[in-house]
Ligand binder design. Structure first.
Ligand code: 16G
Ligand code: MG
Length: 504
């Protein structure tokens, strides 16, 4: 009997060894999507080591870069990474192909250069597999000779901040002391002591944002932050958080209509607000409108939206900002355009990703200097954005209802459709709101839109999920729903999608 057990164990151990070896030799063919690699965590072990190597190479052996292990608002079982470039922003697009090649290469083909004086800042979210995956990133960095600066569990914007600080000469930014000090000092310069206190519940989606919220408690003039849906209270991003609330338009878990609420996502780079018993959502478009209308009183403001922006927000902004542009979906696209527009460039996607860029940061108008320190200049930061919103609401003496009333959203609907190959759909390069291919599908959508009062609709392949996204808006909710469903059928007919259709 003992012999049988020994043989079975030996066979199992050999099978695991062979499987692991094969996985190293032929890693999964991952794609660098809208915001980095993202997949079921089990598929990422090899890729993470390669990402560590790539981040060190990108630093050129001199500068700091970063790797954040997170799958943001995705379900707990997924993981991924965001690579942070030397300026603290997202990895330059020209390097994405290289990252893909390296992540997919068989081990025997990987050449590892020396990057002895480089630093790679490694951070992670609260997922249970994030620590192990971060260890793989560190192992990759170590293979190049670069130094690892492990900042542990942090929000994505905090990691971006650390990289930027290091490259701007900070000796060490890993304790995040400078990050919190900057937020608190800037906010308290805008809102004086003695201001009546407002409580703001932050739905943290069960993720890392709760740690940042706790750190800020008791430090802000007239603002008491309360972390709701902390790590362990709920399953990560399930039935809560910015993505759920913005897409489903449903209250997050532990919502209380009597309290003021905002919702962030699993890595704290998205923010939306919500309120009331009839559950109203103030999304990224409304945040952009609030900030643009205030800042526009003091300087020239430009705003960047994506095709998902609600038509009513575009109409509102078009009369209040000095320049209004549309970019492709994804922070890297909107950020780049906003950095190149007017004195102040504001970008927000409706899903809550966004920030305010002070493009002449060395000399913002006196009154706006604290706003320039408060707004994260690297990437959207849910916590910093909540402080910006609260500061402007206080300066205006506005309630959430007052803010909500600045314009009424046009009714809209988002759906998704699975098709055998989403690469069949080729959207335009400028805004991703028209299909260059298949032309017949675009013509069918044009026809549906032309028959819908105040209709607008587009479809685009997702960069983070294996689906095609459908967006429609119209004068009434039934019309928006009908237009979205008709576009979904047109996609399925043109591309052979069977089933797989669904909400958002
Ligand atoms: C990622 C992007 C977000 C974009 C979304 C679109 C970053 C940091 N995040 O979450 O900006 O709105 O993808 O997803 O860039 P989709 O391509 O699946 O529609
Ligand atoms: Mg996120």
């Amino acid at each position: 009997m003992r012999d049988v057990v020994v043989v079975v164990l030996a066979v199992a151990a050999t099978a695991v060894f062979v499987w692991k070896k094969r996985r190293r030799q032929r890693p999964p063919q991952l794609k660098y999507g809208t915001a980095g690699f993202r997949a079921d965590a089990k598929l990422l072990w090899v890729a993470m080591e390669r990402v560590g190597i790539l981040a060190a190479i990108r630093g050129g052996g001199k500068k700091a870069t970063g790797v954040m292990v997170t799958a943001s608002h995705n379900p707990e079982r997924d993981n991924g990474c965001k690579i942070v470039d030397t300026d603290g922003g997202m990895l330059a697009e020209a390097w994405e192909g290289r990252a893909e090649e390296l992540a997919r290469a068989p081990e025997a083909e990987v050449r590892v250069p020396r990057c002895d004086d480089g630093v790679v800042v490694v951070g992670r979210d609260t997922r249970r597999h994030s620590r192990g995956l971060a260890d793989r990133v560190k192992r990759g960095v170590a293979r190049t000779g670069a130094r690892v600066l492990d900042v542990g569990v942090v929000t994505t914007p905090q990691l971006h901040h650390c990289v930027r600080e290091l490259n701007e000469g900070a000796a060490d930014a890993s304790d995040l002391f400078g990050y919190y000090r900057k937020l608190v000092e800037a906010y308290n310069r805008i809102v004086p002591p003695g201001t009546p206190t407002v409580e703001l519940c932050v739905d943290c989606a069960g993720g890392v944002g709760a740690l940042a919220v706790e750190k800020l408690r008791g430090l802000l003039n007239g603002l008491e932050l309360v972390a709701v849906n902390r790590v362990g209270d709920v399953e990560l991003n399930r039935g809560c958080g910015a993505e759920f609330v913005q897409k489903e338009r449903k209250p997050p878990r532990n919502y209380d209509p009597r309290r003021r609420f905002c919702c962030i996502d699993g890595d704290a780079d998205r923010l939306v607000y919500c309120y009331g018993r009839d559950f109203r959502v103030l999304d990224g478009d409304k945040i952009a409108a609030l900030l643009a209308s205030y800042l526009g009183e003091y300087c020239r403001v430009g705003c960047v939206q994506t095709a998902y922006a609600n038509g009513a927000s575009t109409a509102y902004l078009s009369t209040r900002v000095d320049s209004l542009a549309t970019a492709k979906t994804g922070v890297k696209h909107v950020h780049a355009k906003a950095a190149d527009i007017m004195d102040v460039g504001i970008y927000f996607e409706p899903n809550g990703h966004g920030t305010v860029l002070f493009n002449n940061a060395k000399s913002p108008p006196e009154r706006l200097a604290p706003f320039a320190s408060l707004a994260n200049q690297c990437v959207g930061d849910a916590i910093a954005d909540a402080l910006l919103v609260e500061a402007v609401l206080k300066l205006r003496n506005w309630s959430l209802e007052d803010w909500d009333a600045i314009y009424d959203d046009l009714p809209s609907r988002q759906l998704k459709q699975k098709i055998p190959d989403r690469a069949l759909l080729v959207p335009d390069e400028e805004t991703e709101s028209r299909l260059l291919h298949p032309e017949t599908l675009q013509l069918a959508i044009d026809d549906l839109v032309s028959k819908t009062p105040r209709g607008r609709a587009f479809v685009r392949p997702s960069g983070t999920e294996d689906v095609v996204r459908i967006y429609a808006e119209a004068a009434s909710q039934p019309d928006a729903d009908a237009l979205a469903r008709a576009c979904q059928r047109a996609v399925a007919d043109a591309c052979g999608g069977g089933g797989g259709g669904g909400g958002i």
